[in-house]
Design a binder for this molecule. Structure first.
Ligand code: ZN
Length: 263
């Protein structure tokens, strides 16, 4: 029997933005624009048996030209929470956007888990159209493609147990095969929503995010998140919301915005 997992959210970058750059058709809500912060995270899921990393951030040379400020580059962040990439058994790539697919070269032996629908989309022709292409980093996609050819990628669909106590749930919406990850955490179940929910207000106010592949799918994903949070009493973690740092316990009290323990 597998013991419960410790789950960490590690912030690696940040950006100042506006509500009108975050919510789809924000002008239709009839509210003045507002300043917002978008934080960037990756997530660590571990117990005595294994380490699973959920998403792998971006490299400085990919994020900084896009106006994102690194707060802690991913290799450094992994080191600070005691993760040796060589010992990571599994990396989950929740979707193909550049802020989730970088640094895969850090993990020499990990199996990479991604939705088959998602991988096929980003290696296919529609992903080359501008509104999709601007959200991807091609060298990351090519690496994913190469790892797939080498047999290191596990393509999944629907609901799929990755390892005991860690399940991926494909919801789509934001991207064609967007995944969430549920974890049997130490205190309670944890739902890592990744970019199925960037900000808690998307679910609380029912406001879709600006980048969307399938709007009905995005609304349905919000319903799935709300149901899991309610029925399973799961601690749920939005993908880019600074509130994550307020809602959970800092890993390092002297630097509370570095990382939090969510389960
Ligand atoms: Zn993202």
């Amino acid at each position: 029997m597998t013991s419960d997992y410790e789950v960490l959210a590690v912030r690696y970058a940040t950006k100042e933005t506006k509500a009108s750059e975050v919510y789809l058709n924000f002008h239709t809500y009839g509210e003045p624009d507002a300043d917002l912060v978008m934080d960037y995270f990756f997530w660590v899921v571990r117990n005595g048996d294994r380490v699973v990393v959920v998403d792998t951030g971006f490299k400085p040379e990919v994020g900084e030209p896009r106006g994102r400020r690194m707060t802690c580059p991913v290799p450094e962040g992994l080191g600070r929470v005691g993760v040796d990439p060589a010992e990571v058994s599994t990396v989950v790539v929740t979707h193909g956007h550049y802020d989730h697919t970088g640094n895969l070269d850090l993990f020499p032996t990990a199996e990479v888990v991604i939705s088959g629908t998602e991988l096929d989309f980003w290696t296919g022709p529609i992903a080359r159209r501008f509104q999709f292409a601007q959200t991807a980093e091609w060298s990351d996609i090519w690496l994913l493609q190469r790892l797939d050819a080498e047999g290191r990628v596990r393509r999944i669909n629907g609901s799929h147990q990755i390892v005991e106590g860690v399940t991926a749930l494909e919801v789509g919406g934001h991207t064609p095969g967007q995944l969430m990850v549920t974890v049997q955490g130490e205190g309670a179940p944890v739902l890592l929503a990744s970019d199925a929910v960037h900000y808690y207000d998307e679910v609380d106010l029912d406001r879709p995010f600006l980048f969307v592949a399938d709007l009905p799918g995005m609304y349905e994903a919000y319903d799935v998140v709300a149901r899991i949070a309610r029925d399973d009493a799961a601690a749920y973690v939005a993908g880019h919301d600074p509130l994550v740092l307020d809602r959970f316990t800092p890993v390092d009290d002297s630097d509370p915005s570095f990382a939090v323990r969510v389960g």
